[in-house]
Design a protein around this ligand. Structure first.
Ligand code: OFO
Length: 169
């Protein structure tokens, strides 16, 4: 059975994962408006991944005998000055999520919840990947600067990303 404190910490993180989904959905709309369809594809997959992150925790809380209650999802930003500015926000957001997953792990540690620690190991590893992939794209955008042809090449590259449903836990 999950403790009240652990359950509350998971509920707060589920909300943040749903906000991540919402933020990337908003970025997907921004890139669609710019006709950058490879970026749209990248964001579509990001949206699906964030949904899976939220649902993984949602199902885990239920499996541990907890009770899910949902809260308001914060309104995301809807516009960016450039793809570079959007990806600065992606990297900053993923760094924030990493800090929040670590804080969730700390609660599992404090409450000696070994099952939650094992479960959260997947998320700790996932954040390494999340920060790395967003960081790579940001670095490319910084190199690209105002070179439209290079931006379109990157867009083409991002169109090949595919969604592999994560096996969480
Ligand atoms: Fe982007 O990793 Fe979940 O939030």
């Amino acid at each position: 059975m999950i403790t009240e404190k652990m359950q509350q910490a998971f509920l707060e993180q589920i909300n943040k994962e749903l906000y991540s989904e919402y933020l990337y959905l908003s970025m997907k709309a921004y890139f669609a408006d710019k006709n950058l369809n490879g970026f749209v594809n990248w964001m579509s997959i990001q949206v699906q991944e964030e949904h899976a992150h939220a649902m993984g925790m949602f199902d885990y809380v239920i499996e541990r005998g907890g009770r899910i209650t949902l809260d308001t999802i914060e309104k995301p930003k809807n516009d960016w000055a450039s793809p570079l500015e959007a990806f600065k926000d992606v990297v900053q957001h993923e760094q924030y999520i990493t800090s929040q997953i670590n804080a969730l792990y700390d609660v599992a540690d404090e409450t000696k919840d070994r099952a939650a620690q094992l479960f959260l190991n997947w998320y700790v590893k996932e954040q390494v990947e999340e920060e790395a992939s967003a960081g790579d794209i940001l670095a490319h955008l910084e190199l690209i600067g105002n070179d439209t042809k290079a931006l379109l090449d990157l867009d083409k590259e991002l169109s090949s990303r595919v969604f592999n449903p994560p096996v969480i836990g």
